[in-house]
Design a protein around this ligand. Structure first.
Ligand SMILES: C[S@@+](CC[C@H](N)C(=O)[O-])C[C@H]1O[C@@H](n2cnc3c(N)ncnc32)[C@H](O)[C@@H]1O
Length: 264
């Protein structure tokens, strides 16, 4: 399959999930963002971004979903904020949330690989959070996009699920969990069990494609595009919403990581 066929399939799957997530979390999010200064980010993300410095920075959030993280960044003092996501349904939710919060953030529907050149060199910070990189069929091209969006000296902040998690089955109740996949797997995972990780409803979804990117692919992707890595940490806590049981193991696995890099 071509890159655009994978991303079109994933768009359909995320559009199916949008009303299901909305039913579960939207009223609560609307109420939360009506409070001035509301921040939905956890402590690790907040500290990572504050260490870069958000004051008046132009920020683009790739795979922004319903905008709750970018709106939090705006409340932490960022300047121009632009969220980009492939799902029509989630972009619409992000716009509604932004209006309810009274925050001036832009949300646009684009495939990451087709972001128009008008955005090039516009941003001080590109943000990637929780569950975004695995939807990218070509990780190298993805970092190419990150770099073209940044101004010289601009920052990249990633807070992601650890790729080691792709070796396990999220439905495996065993502790310790059983190894299921090679860390060096190259084929995408194909799934039709839907994305309702809030309401847990079962439905046969459009096929969606998840790509395992090893930690070295992420690091090398940054280096190949001239980004200098300034910070890298691994954590024992789960940010995925699906591997929380792994936190209860006696022997800890790395479940998440932060990486901060800078364009020369
Ligand atoms: C799990 S969410 C992660 C975003 C956010 N951190 C969150 O927790 O909601 C993944 C998002 O990536 C978006 N996405 C997937 N493939 C994409 C692509 N090729 N271009 C832009 N957005 C994409 C989906 O629509 C979805 O909103």
């Amino acid at each position: 399959m071509q890159r655009s066929e994978y991303t079109a399939a994933n768009r359909a799957a995320w559009n199916e999930a949008a009303p299901l997530h909305q039913k579960q979390n939207f009223e609560e999010l609307l109420a939360a963002f009506r409070q001035p200064g509301y921040n939905r980010l956890d402590r690790v993300a907040t500290e990572q971004l504050k260490a870069i410095g958000l004051e008046s920075k132009a920020v683009v959030h790739l795979c922004c979903n319903n905008g709750r993280e970018l709106l939090s960044v705006k409340n932490l003092g960022a300047g121009r904020c632009v969220g980009i996501d492939i799902s029509d349904g989630f972009v619409e939710q992000a716009r509604t949330l932004s209006k309810a919060a009274g925050l001036d953030c832009e949300f646009h529907r684009h495939d990451i690989y087709d972001i128009p050149a008008t955005y090039d060199g516009q941003f001080d910070l590109t943000m990637i959070t929780v569950g975004a990189l695995g939807w990218m069929p070509r990780i190298d091209d993805f970092f190419g996009t990150v770099v073209r969006l940044l101004k010289p000296g601009g920052w990249l902040a990633i807070y992601e699920m650890h790729p080691l998690l792709d070796m396990f089955d999220e439905d495996d109740p065993m502790i310790p969990p059983q190894l299921k996949e090679s860390y060096f797997r190259e084929k995408p995972f194909v799934d039709v069990s839907g994305l309702d990780y809030y309401g847990h409803s079962q439905y046969k979804s459009a096929p969606m494609y998840w790509f395992h990117h090893k930690l070295c692919d992420i690091i090398q992707g940054c280096l190949d595009h001239g980004l200098s890595i300034k910070h890298f940490r691994e954590y024992e806590h789960d940010i995925s919403a699906v591997f929380a049981n792994f936190e209860r193991q006696r022997i800890s696995l790395p479940l998440s990581y932060t990486l901060t890099a800078r364009r020369g």
